[in-house]
Design a binder for this molecule. Sequence first.
Ligand code: SF4
Ligand code: SF4
Length: 245
Amino acid sequence: MNTRRQRLRRLLLAAFFLVLPITLNYYSPYLMLSGTAEGIASFSLVFWLGVFITSLVLGRSFCGWACPFNGLQQLWESVGIRPLRTIRGLPIVKYALWTAWVAGLGAALASAGLWSRFDALYLTEHGVSLTEAGNLITYFMLVGLTLAPAALGRRGFCRYLCPFGVWGIVGERLGHALRIPRLMLRATPDACNACGKCTRACPMQLPVAEMASSGKMRTTECFMCETCVDVCPRSALGVGFGRAR
Ligand code: SF4
Ligand code: SF4
């Protein structure tokens, strides 16, 4: 599978990871919370709210197409891919981290009130994130934290630890509940011959062939990379905008 779409997606992911030394602060939960505690809306606040709002319509496309941590895992997996070990209960870690993040935001808002100004470069000198040793340590800790779950298999970080992706998961669920027309995978079960290529290709290690044969393609762990669509030799999978039934 090496379609133009997948080449573009892989290129984007790698690029977003490579510029992370500059952009790290723009994703920072810490800056979101400390800015809010001072009445300042940082770039990361606007960014993650933007991810949440767009996920109402685009699902987890941010994770699949633009997340630097997905880019890092993709580069790592070009060395070798291990199947994901399923550990029941472990995904709760990412939900717990996200809940703590949102609770922290609520506490900061309660103490400082609503934001009084927007500062895109809040605590980010000249717009560059890695300018001193302290930031460098944070950067390498994040890289280590992203790659450590690779010991559990492919996209272990996305599946078990990543609180960033939960913004997209919550948005996708809300979009589904509100029946907002949104980007979704579609399957034509009659066209599927159960070859399993989609399951083997799925970066998130989802049972795509089973999903295709049942016609039920919705899962919160899908990050809309469309790899399965591109790999299917029988055009049994597709993607398009629609409303939940
Ligand atoms: S790749 Fe296509 S034909 Fe093969 S199992 Fe998946 S959906 Fe079915
Ligand atoms: S199910 Fe398809 S679109 Fe979703 S993550 Fe897997 S390969 Fe990507």
